[in-house]
Design a binder for this molecule. Structure first.
Ligand SMILES: NC(=O)c1ccc[n+]([C@@H]2O[C@H](COP(=O)([O-])OP(=O)(O)OC[C@H]3O[C@@H](n4cnc5c(N)ncnc54)[C@H](O)[C@@H]3O)[C@@H](O)[C@H]2O)c1
Length: 401
């Protein structure tokens, strides 16, 4: 049992905090967003994630967890490890990682250095950038460890308890061991390495996954263009055990809070001669996929003389309400620019939210092109699809069946 604090109660911080509390550690979760903390104190979900409500209400979690919006209420003399889980978006001007959230956390932790905790960075950020900040504000970088997070939104709690591997990077073996100790009962390999490599493992895992999805999407277009059956081709390619069928599903494009920014940062990180030809084309490939998909919808809409297009699924994938870099929203913009009437539906997104483009699908209309943006195996989706099928002159589109 350890006393830990988590800075940032977003997808990563909240899941990590709740997971460690369930494993009987004492956890303080600190977030400057007071309304988010209020929700958590009232046992309300701050975002949609399967099983999260169950864990927020769990007796052991409640006993072990403390939600607060002030650092002083969540860090004290007993705190052993502080996990930094704040966002690391791309800075729109420079195209590089914006470290202002990390910097402001480290400045605050510097003020509390009278206590005897170590710092563990869970956010995805290059260790060199953290080292620069540490040098500026006089924090001993050699005592900092990095523990990159690999969870997937939509199965985040399951991923927390059953990771494929745990990686800790650092320069000080005692601090690395302290962090690894939290994971000692996990059924997976615990990997320790240096700070740069630990973050490269995270960045390049995401880059590989994005590249794989783009390969699948290009394959789909190529086979279709040649008059073949893309799904049969992909299925047969995936039977090769060196390739595998996991994460091998065609889509209108990939998105989310991580892939686009992480691939961009990897591209930016190479200072050698010439560019990295493969990696530097991944984002372009994805943009072209979304162009191709929008163009297809536009053509079907014109040929079939339909009234509107309904995109089913606003989030960037199934089982989440996260709209960051969602392909649905990008395709929506592309089609609106062509003057089409578009509606988006997503059962996980609150209709009272600020998103004016989200529609209620209670009165389904005929003469529409309905597009499933990603699969959803819920009963709710099955009922929806059978209702749509019973209407006149509707068209259904999905890429994976
Ligand atoms: N979302 C994912 O699936 C995922 C998976 C693996 C890794 N990551 C990485 O983890 C990091 C966090 O991602 P996320 O999706 O959880 O972000 P998020 O935007 O959901 O949450 C970040 C939280 O940090 C809080 N915050 C910001 N500055 C703060 C400060 N100074 N003090 C206290 N709280 C502060 C924000 O209010 C917000 O609630 C990113 O680096 C991301 O790349 C994310």
């Amino acid at each position: 049992m350890m006393n830990i604090s988590i800075i940032g109660a977003g997808y990563v911080g909240l899941i990590t905090g709740i997971g460690f509390a369930k494993l009987n550690n004492r956890v303080s979760i600190i977030d400057l967003n007071t309304s988010l903390i209020e929700k958590l104190k009232n046992f309300e979900l701050p975002f949609y994630e399967p099983d999260l409500q169950k864990y927020i209400n769990d007796k052991l979690v409640i006993e072990n967890i403390n939600y607060c919006s002030e650092y002083e209420s969540g860090i004290d003399k007993d705190t052993e490890l502080v996990f930094v889980c704040v966002q690391t978006p791309t800075n729109l001007d420079s195209g590089k990682t914006d470290t202002k959230f990390i910097k402001s956390v480290l400045e605050k932790l510097k003020e509390l250095e009278k206590y005897n905790f170590n710092i563990c960075i869970k956010s995805t950020v290059k260790s060199q950038l953290v080292e620069e900040i540490c040098n500026k504000i006089d924090i001993d970088f050699s005592k900092i460890v990095f523990n990159p997070e690999f969870l997937r939104e939509g199965s985040a709690l399951d991923d927390f308890f059953n990771p494929d591997r745990v990686v800790v990077g650092g320069q000080d073996n005692d601090v690395i061991q302290k962090c690894l100790n939290l994971y000692k009962d996990f059924d997976c390999e615990l990997i320790s390495t240096d700070p740069i490599s630990s973050q490269m493992i995270k960045y390049l895992s995401n880059t590989y996954l994005a590249m794989r999805l783009s390969f699948v999407n290009e394959t789909y277009r190529l086979v279709k263009d040649n008059g073949g059956n893309p799904l049969e081709v992909l299925n047969a390619i995936g039977k090769d055990i060196r390739i595998g069928n996991n994460y091998f599903r065609p889509s209108p494009g990939w998105g989310g809070s991580c892939f686009p920014k992480d691939v961009k940062e990897v591209e930016n990180s190479y200072n050698g001669q010439n560019k990295l030809p493969l990696i530097s084309k991944i984002i372009e490939s994805n943009e072209l996929q979304m162009d191709w998909f929008s163009e297809n919808l536009f053509n079907i809409a014109n040929q079939q003389d339909i009234d509107s297009i309904v995109l089913i699924g606003a989030a960037f994938k199934e089982n989440t309400d996260d709209l960051r870099e969602s392909p649905t929203l990008k395709i929506y913009d592309r089609l609106q620019n062509k003057g089409l009437n578009i509606v988006i539906f997503d059962k996980n997104i609150d209709l009272n939210s600020d998103y004016s483009f989200i529609a209620k699908l209670d009165d389904l209309k005929a003469n529409c092109l309905y597009v499933e943006m990603f699969p959803d195996v819920s009963d709710e989706r099955k009922i929806l699809i059978s209702k749509i099928r019973s209407l006149n002159n509707t068209f259904m589109l999905k890429m994976w069946e």
